[in-house]
Design a protein around this ligand. Structure first.
Ligand SMILES: Cc1cc2nc3c(=O)[nH]c(=O)nc-3n(C[C@H](O)[C@H](O)[C@H](O)COP(=O)(O)OP(=O)(O)OC[C@H]3O[C@@H](n4cnc5c(N)ncnc54)[C@H](O)[C@@H]3O)c2cc1C
Length: 315
């Protein structure tokens, strides 16, 4: 095992990680950033980002993340390939193992490992991802104005996505597997009160139709076995997200779904010197701009933490 001591380690290369890197590098902290298995993060699988400020014409997701990386590197961030595979936050400086072979001790660690949308697992869903299939209504709903769309899911998020889409789209079909929803009563009420949302109970998606883009969806009614096809142009999967936080379990406080808990109004976790930013700690907003915002917070919190440590040592 090779060993290395550094000041600031950033785990993850999405908007949160790169923004933390820009701030930490400009503060002279010489951050090292590991990109993980998805360099650039979730935005690398989307074509059009139209809601990130500063790009009036919109921007292609992979290009935007290359811009983030270049900006972080310009100020001296050491951007590396590699996956954090194990941590030990019970010691200080904190230990993080990269690719099971490189041991880093870091005075401050910024966790920005993001989250991954859960998918149904249909081949057509993968093939048409970004061509009408989406896991984010706030991100992509705008592209389906005045069109017909379907939302799959039965929790609060699915209800929220359907309600959001109902204000933009002509018709929203909500595909619900059982004869009831998991969502809270208030969220269900909003869905049921919307005149252009039709809930399809006891229904499962068999296939998403279309070659180049979504043209419809084939459904099966699980109580009658009846198969139907409905024409839609957008297909939104809202069956949940999984934060990429498994390696931090046992050290960082998390909610029941694995989202890291931070002290409100800060990026501080329960462990001194470990900060969390982006979707790994945010199940509410899940946007690039909020991830970037909390990345900035994490770098500033880390910088202040390190400055206070230096004062402690000097005394
Ligand atoms: C298809 C799609 C379209 C979207 N469109 C928009 C949009 O138009 N506008 C918008 O604002 N938001 C959009 N979003 C949401 C946005 O992408 C996320 O909110 C944002 O990317 C979260 O940033 P993040 O930095 O927290 O994490 P992510 O972007 O999820 O990045 C996480 C990073 O952590 C790395 N990582 C994970 N585990 C490890 C590990 N163990 N070691 C090292 N690295 C690790 C990954 O490789 C990745 O680089 C979209 C999301 C999707 C899926």
């Amino acid at each position: 095992m090779t060993k290395e001591d550094i000041k600031v380690l950033i785990i993850g290369s999405g908007p949160a990680g790169y923004t933390a890197a820009i701030y930490a590098a400009r503060a002279g902290l010489k951050p090292v950033l590991y990109m993980g298995e998805q360099p650039g993060g979730q935005l690398t699988i989307t074509n059009d980002v139209e809601n990130y400020p500063g790009y009036p014409e919109g921007i292609n997701g992979p290009q935007m993340m290359m811009d983030f990386q270049q900006q972080a590197e310009r100020f001296g961030t050491d951007v590396r390939t590699g996956l954090a595979t194990k941590v030990d936050f019970s010691v200080y400086p904190h230990k993080v193992i990269i690719d099971d072979k490189h041991e880093i001790t870091a005075e401050a660690v910024i966790v920005s490992t993001g989250a991954s949308a859960k998918w149904l697992g249909l081949p057509s869903e993968q093939r048409l991802n970004g061509q009408g299939v989406s896991a984010c209504a706030v991100c992509d709903g705008f592209f389906f104005r005045n069109m017909d769309v379907a939302v799959v899911g039965a929790g609060d998020t699915a209800c929220e996505e359907a309600t959001y889409l109902s204000k933009l789209c002509k018709k929203v079909y909500m595909i619900v597997r059982r004869d009831e929803m998991r969502a809270s009563k208030i969220m269900q009420k909003r869905v049921l009160n919307a005149s252009n949302i039709e809930v399809l109970w006891n229904t499962q998606t068999q296939d998403i139709l279309g070659e180049q883009e979504v043209e419809g969806v084939r459904l099966i009614n699980t109580s009658t076995n009846e198969v139907t096809e409905i024409p839609v142009q957008g297909f939104f999967v809202a069956i949940g997200h999984k934060p990429n936080t498994d390696i931090f379990k046992g050290y960082l406080d998390m909610d029941e779904n694995g989202y890291i808990k931070t002290i409100p109004g800060s990026s501080k976790t329960n462990i001194e010197g470990v900060f969390a930013a982006g979707d790994a700690q945010d199940h509410v907003y899940r946007q690039a701009v909020t991830a970037a915002g909390t990345g900035c917070m994490a770098a500033l919190d880390a910088e202040r933490f390190l400055a206070s440590k230096e004062v402690e040592l000097a005394e």
